[in-house]
Design a protein around this ligand. Structure first.
Ligand SMILES: O=C(O)CCC(=O)C(=O)O
Ligand SMILES: [Fe+2]
Length: 423
């Protein structure tokens, strides 16, 4: 065991914020400035506010790390940020990852920051990113979306969606719903198909989302993987975490050549480890699961399918990976890769993000592994977008009216229609 940690003269000279943080509960840290040690409280992922009184006995009276904190650190229970491990403790401390329960209840460790990520790529090396994607069923490409564009998208969501009192189609149910806003002010029922929103209410958000999906870097990524242009078949917007169950997208939608569709998760802010991280199961794209239908049909036995995925995850002891995504980073995964979102442990953080699903432009679209579905294609910025229930069309607005007036009847009719197709 080391003796009480004293900052060296050299450490005391370092500018504020450049020294190690010891963080027993991920909310507090210390910063040593010129001749002072300050206690900081974490307010957002990367910002800290000075506070007066040490929490949980983190510091002793002379503003040194308390014995309790140092012991926790040595046992690997406190986090030391990797920028500058204090010399006196170096060797005994390691930057630890965030411990969290997986969807099947096992304890997993996920990165708190980019330094703790496993392999990532940038836009200059897309051929290598493609090889990694083919091998692992997913890949992280950093810096795909301009950070100012990410900010504009979030602000457009704040201005258009959040105050909207009406019905919008939602991702988890595919039904039109009003906003469900939680105690932290986050919209919990994520949006489905931003390309189909109506221009009167949502033009700013729709335009910026389309701009992101059809941007040159995204076109480059889809072209690299498909060896031809991609067309967009679905998109989503998340703010709060609705804890998406583990699934393969192919069960719901794919190209007619199963396992060809790819999807992108675009981080619109730095995504905190406790905010409901998006996770993937590496190499699960090689697993052939049941077909949508019979006892596992999406209409009446969706629960059975969800249980089956969890059973496979448990039996095969598969790995969960939830990379740290910084604002502008994108995670790309395959239609057969098992993925979802982890639970929320720090509800004060949102997980603002877009997702989009692409198939090769020359392929037909397969729904529920059963039906080739004709697409309602529109071209934006040189890319084809499927716009189901396009609110720019009167007929879709009429359907929305019926769906919201007779929700129970409509939803049952929809289930029966799906069952007739998936059998
Ligand atoms: O981010 C999530 O919660 C899930 C997203 C997802 O499953 C998808 O876009 O296919
Ligand atoms: Fe999905």
């Amino acid at each position: 065991m080391t003796e009480e940690y004293r900052a060296t003269d050299a450490e005391l000279e370092r500018p504020l914020g450049k020294v190690a943080f010891i963080d027993p509960d991920h909310e507090f840290g210390t910063s040593v400035g010129k001749n002072t040690a300050k206690l900081l409280k974490r307010t957002t992922l990367n910002s800290w506010r000075q506070v007066d009184s040490p929490p949980n006995g983190a510091m002793n009276k002379s503003n040194k790390f308390s014995d309790e904190v140092r012991e926790r650190a040595v046992r690997g229970q406190a986090n030391v940020f990797p920028t500058f491990p204090p010399a006196a403790l170096a060797g005994t401390l390691r930057p630890i990852m965030y411990k969290i329960l997986s969807p099947i209840g096992t304890e997993i460790e996920i990165p708190e920051n980019a330094a703790q990520n496993s392999t990532t790529f940038d836009l200059t090396d897309l051929p290598a990113a493609k090889r990694y994607y083919e091998e692992n069923g997913y890949v992280v490409v950093r810096g795909v979306v301009d950070q100012a564009l990410c900010d504009s998208i979030r602000s457009a969501f704040e201005k258009t969606v959040k105050p909207y009192p009406g019905y919008i189609y939602r991702q988890a149910t595919a039904n039109p719903e009003k906003n469900r806003i939680n105690e932290y002010g986050f919209v919990m029922n994520s949006l489905l198909n931003l390309q189909s929103l109506n221009d009167v209410e949502f033009a700013p958000l729709k335009k910026l989302a389309i701009k992101t999906f059809s941007s040159t870097p995204v076109k480059d990524i889809t072209r690299e993987i498909f060896a031809e242009d991609g067309k967009l078949v679905q998109s989503m917007y998340f703010e709060g975490n609705s804890e998406t169950w583990p699934h393969q997208d192919t069960y719901y939608l794919d190209s007619e050549r199963i396992g060809t569709m790819l999807a992108c998760w675009y981080a619109l802010e730095d995504i905190d480890a406790g905010a409901g991280r998006f996770f993937v199961v590496p190499r699960s794209h090689r697993i052939d699961m049941v077909k949508n239908g019979k006892n596992f049909d999406v209409a009446f036995n969706h629960g059975q399918y969800k249980e089956l995925v969890k059973k496979i995850l448990s039996e095969q002891q598969l790995e969960f990976r939830a990379p740290f995504l910084q604002k502008g980073d994108v995670l790309i995964w395959n239609a057969k890769t098992i993925h979802g979102s982890l639970r929320t442990t720090r509800p004060q953080f949102s997980r603002s993000s877009l997702t989009s699903h692409f198939i090769p432009a020359s392929h037909r679209f397969l729904q529920f592994q059963s039906k080739i579905k004709p697409l309602n294609l529109r071209e934006f910025d040189g890319m084809l977008f499927h716009c189901p229930k396009d609110m720019e069309r009167l007929s879709s607005r009429v359907v929305l009216g019926i769906e919201t007036t007779f929700p129970k009847t409509f939803q049952m009719a929809k289930k029966l229609a799906i069952k007739a197709v998936v059998k």
